[in-house]
Write a protein that binds this ligand. Structure first.
Ligand code: MRU
Length: 357
């Protein structure tokens, strides 16, 4: 998608390095950063220079490429793979990306290993782009249905950033929106600010602006009243891990939005590529929920009157804060899952119908 009119993907390999858009600098500065070592890739995931489930999976794949460039000692590659998987706990794509690389590289001799790793990491990115495009084509039908009934602007609420910056291109939740815009359907997006890191305000609103899609940032608690007033036609969110029973783990606050949508008969859709499905964990209580540094709550970053980025403390000095980064929305509150293969009910039967081998 576009930034200042120029097409980008979120990650690519160039001259032995891996280039990323540093998301910690957005929206005030657009910075392309080079990752040179696997440690750089691990750090980029940890500090969220790259974030969003599909993108951290792809970064982990390129992390393995960087590890191989440093040394093709199998022990070093194994240790690097383990550290990549541990860099963030909740999004299943991270393990999925590393496991896919490990499987591809097993038994490959040292002359060929780098070329094969590079090809597979690029394949993971190309596939994610294609899957997200298909999510858009499938989700577009839902927006069209609403538009055909309503004949006026379709209002869509989204949470966090499940836009193209969270994937390789298109995004998951935003892909149907971008496809609807290309079809000429008038769209307006309610963007949840998404405290504490404000991925909605800093990233979703930013990328929608760059694609000229009308959007309005709202405080995380505003969605409920907008739904009561009939000002939300549908919700579309992303996910970091969807269980085979249709339970959806996503950015903290998603659950409360789903409850409000359920109470107000607003359709609540979750968009995901199959790399985000966890076919192993059966009980949502077993999903590892990331707890991040409480400084993300107690401090805020912005630009001052001289256009300088500044970080300030906003809480009382002595107050404690707790920062759980994800929650789980039970399948019963999810109207449907929009995947690259089609739309299904959020249930094991629904997912089986689409993903039967
Ligand atoms: O902590 P983040 O910013 O990585 O959380 C991201 C989300 O919760 C997204 O909604 C999710 O990864 C889906 S990305 C298409």
């Amino acid at each position: 998608m576009k930034i200042k009119g120029k097409e980008y993907r979120t990650i690519w390999h160039e001259d032995k390095g891996v280039k990323i858009i540093d998301q910690t600098k957005l929206p005030h500065n657009f910075v392309i950063k080079e990752l040179k070592t696997v440690k750089d890739a691990i750090n980029a995931i940890k500090v969220m220079e790259v974030r969003g489930a599909p993108l951290i999976g792809a970064t982990a794949a390129y992390g393995i490429v960087l590890a191989i460039q440093e040394s093709n000692d199998p022990e070093f590659i194994k240790k690097s793979s383990d550290e990549l998987i541990q860099s963030r706990p909740t999004a299943i794509n991270l393990k999925w990306g590393v496991d896919r690389m490990t499987k591809k590289l097993s038994g490959i001799n040292s002359d060929q290993i780098l070329d094969i790793a590079l090809k597979e990491a690029k394949e993971i990115c190309d596939e994610d782009e294609k899957f997200c495009e298909n999510i858009g084509i499938n989700g577009l039908k839902l927006i069209e249905e609403i538009y055909n009934k309503k004949k006026s602007t379709v209002n869509i609420l989204t949470h966090c950033n499940a836009g193209w910056l969270a994937t390789i291109n298109w995004g998951t939740a935003t892909s149907p929106i971008y496809h609807a815009q290309k079809k000429g359907i008038p769209i307006h997006v309610w963007v949840d600010e998404t405290r504490p890191r404000n991925q909605g305000a800093n990233l979703t609103s930013y990328e929608l602006n760059e694609e000229e899609i009308p959007n309005t940032i709202i405080a995380d608690n505003t969605g409920g009243i907008l739904m009561q007033r009939g000002e939300v036609d549908m919700c579309i969110v992303g996910t970091d891990r969807t269980l085979s029973n249709g339970d959806v783990c996503n950015k903290i606050g998603t659950y409360l939005k789903a409850l409000a949508a359920y109470d107000n008969n607003v359709p609540f859709y979750v968009a995901l590529p199959s790399s985000t499905i966890d076919w192993n964990i059966k009980d949502a209580k077993d999903i590892p929920i990331e707890e991040r540094n409480s400084e993300e709550l107690s401090h805020m970053e912005g630009i001052d009157e001289n256009n300088q980025v500044k970080k300030v403390l906003i809480y009382p000095q002595k107050s404690k804060a707790m920062n759980l980064a994800f929650d789980v929305t039970p399948a019963k509150y999810v109207t449907g899952l929009i995947t690259e293969r089609g739309i299904c009910v959020a249930s094991s039967d629904g997912l089986k119908q689409l993903f039967r081998k």
